[in-house]
Ligand binder design. Structure first.
Ligand SMILES: [Fe+2]
Length: 194
């Protein structure tokens, strides 16, 4: 019988998924890898235990696994999406959740996959959850995901600076948990190289 700890097993699963994502889209894999480390560090800063911070990092690091199920031409389309294409892209949280179901992972991890596009004001997807009905880990990933997407370079998008990204998050602050956004902004202002 294996003596591997549950956390180590989860990290192996996470690395396995990371390898698959890298084969499909290296930029997306880099984005997920950054989120894994950064969300875990942020989790420690907001007072999560070491085990919870590890789970948060794993959830953040695989949150977009459902994009494996979405046509990559649609996913990487540089021009404006049609409403049908946007509809397909919006299926990726549920697709990822269903893909992971046989593994019976900790719910806090699968919450990141299913709910990372829920908005604090209830305008997100897939379930239109609002406020603290959105699981905590998913509320954290929502912020990091947006920040990293704004600052990263893509073939069709030049990454913005950290201060520009923070200003953009403020502009859309209705989407994010205000307390977490405050902690996040504070952390990025004092350590903008993260
Ligand atoms: Fe996503």
């Amino acid at each position: 019988m294996s003596t591997t700890s549950p956390e180590l097993q989860l990290e192996k699963i996470s690395r396995f998924i990371g390898g698959i994502m890298r084969g499909r889209d290296p930029d997306l894999a880099d984005h997920l890898q950054r989120l894994d480390a950064q969300a875990a560090q942020f989790g420690r800063q907001i007072g999560l235990s070491e085990q919870e911070a590890t789970l948060l990092g794993i959830g953040a690091g695989i949150h977009d696994i459902g994009k494996l199920c979405i046509n990559e031409h649609v996913l990487n389309k540089p021009s404006r999406l049609t409403s049908a294409e946007f509809f397909f892209i919006k299926q990726h949280p549920m697709a990822g959740y269903q893909l992971l179901a046989p593994l019976e992972l900790d719910k806090r991890i699968t919450d990141c996959v299913l709910h990372h596009h829920e908005n604090f004001d209830g305008s997100g997807y897939p379930h239109g959850l609002a406020g603290e009905n959105i699981p905590l880990f998913a509320r954290v990933v929502r912020i990091w995901d947006s920040y990293d997407a704004i600052t990263m370079n893509r073939p069709y998008h030049k990454g913005r600076s950290s201060s520009e990204a923070l200003a953009m998050l403020q502009k859309d602050k209705a989407f994010y948990d205000p307390a977490l956004l405050g902690s996040f902004s504070e952390m990025m202002r004092t350590a903008p190289s993260m």
